[in-house]
Write a protein that binds this ligand. Sequence first.
Ligand SMILES: Nc1ncnc2c1ncn2[C@@H]1O[C@H](COP(=O)(O)OP(=O)(O)O[C@H]2O[C@H](CO)[C@@H](O)[C@H](O)[C@H]2O)[C@@H](O)[C@H]1O
Length: 474
Amino acid sequence: MGGRVLSVASESVPLVKTGGLADVVGALPAALAATGWEMRVLLPAYRALRPRAADWPVVWQEPDLWGGPGRVLAGEVAGVPLLLLDAPHLYDREGGPYSGPTGDHPDNAVRFAALSWVGAQIAREGLADWKPDVLHAHDWQAGLAPAYLAYHGNGGCRSVITVHNIAFQGWAPAHMLGVLRLPGHAFHPEALEYYGGISSLKAGLVTADWITTVSPTYAAELMRPEFGMGLQGVIAARGPVVSGILNGVDTALWDPGAEDPPFGRKAMAGKAAARTALCTEFGLEVPGPLAIVVSRLTDQKGIDLLPEVVPDFVVAGGGLIVLGSGDPALEGAVRNLADRFPGRVAARIGYDETLSHRLFAGADAVLVPSRFEPCGLTQMYGLRYGTLPVVSLVGGLADTVIGANPAALAGPVATGITFHPVDALAFGRALSQLVQLYRQPKLWAKLRANAMAQPVGWETSARTYAALYERLAA
Ligand SMILES: Nc1ncnc2c1ncn2[C@@H]1O[C@H](COP(=O)(O)OP(=O)(O)O[C@H]2O[C@H](CO)[C@@H](O)[C@H](O)[C@H]2O)[C@@H](O)[C@H]1O
């Protein structure tokens, strides 16, 4: 069969990215193409995006978009079919998608309501030559789109919302209800009301025809208070329409065979050369495993555990390079480790896609000690590059890495090292195991080969999304 899906999101590669959400939104259209589902992505035309769309045709006009008009321009960038919502009064601003020089934009509730509103309008009425069968909303920024379809009519278009990160819920005070074009009758705990106000994410969760998140384990975790961040009851109540579909990675972009020097499962010399180059670049000399962290530096990612476990790891022969940015306290903690252990630990504060490729190519292991992780992408880059993932057993990490426990080693199916609970004791023991395994070259080579054989592309997940759209549209 097949059909049309309108994806509504606040970021997408290659245009605008603050996290993994953008990778997934940008990868889905191409991944779905083989299934017969045609996806277009509706994004705000942020300042940096406007010049690209200057000569794109206008395919939709919206006269009254919270203080000004909006228009939708259609085009394509790097194979991603795009609909850019140009509303300069909302999006033509200095800074990133959510914040400017002085912090978060104070009208974010309205900025993303406008995105959701236009998404719902297009879904309901269709463009001149393109009527979606399904609207696929991502995270709180698009959460009101399913709500607008539910409360203002859906024109036969069904809706799905995907939770990439439940920590961001898009809360607004109750008096915004009318401003956000939401009906007063729905302001009660079973529908829109959330802690006395409105959460766009909750609005999407209660009104969408289906809810997905980015791994089966996270789908189950979200129904528990430890992970649901207040929305566990809402999600549990909708249990029958909740499913977890793992993210894939772009295997053309993340391809050891395309690195310099190239390497692969049966030709690992290139990886050894990449390790040497990396050590030279960062002035490191590491007798044991060389580990990396490539991450937003936040509590979610367990970065605060590093100062507790890295000293013992270094004494045991290990080395570490951290690439990331985020919480200033965590940036400081990481810099401090590099100062304490010159020649063994290095830190690069910032965002650097090219460097991250060199890190995955040259390192022996990637550390992902997340407290919660809806899916996680870096452990999958690690698998593909034979850079063994050392991960906490939460969310998508638990679904993508097979820990080197005795049964998995005997299998032999192990692809990395896993630990639980998420604390310094368990993480430290995992790093000791990493050092031990590294000292056994035959076993290490086997683990690497297992890891590199894992299918981490989009094929399976794209088929699962297509089957979901099929069911909804039927
Ligand atoms: N300093 C830096 N330099 C270069 N690259 C950097 C970087 N910091 C981060 N990155 C890159 O940004 C992406 C981060 O994606 P993740 O899935 O690991 O986490 P994130 O929490 O952002 O995503 C959320 O959404 C995604 C998508 O659903 C879920 O997988 C995840 O669990 C959820 O928390 C990766 O591609 C990573 O390599």
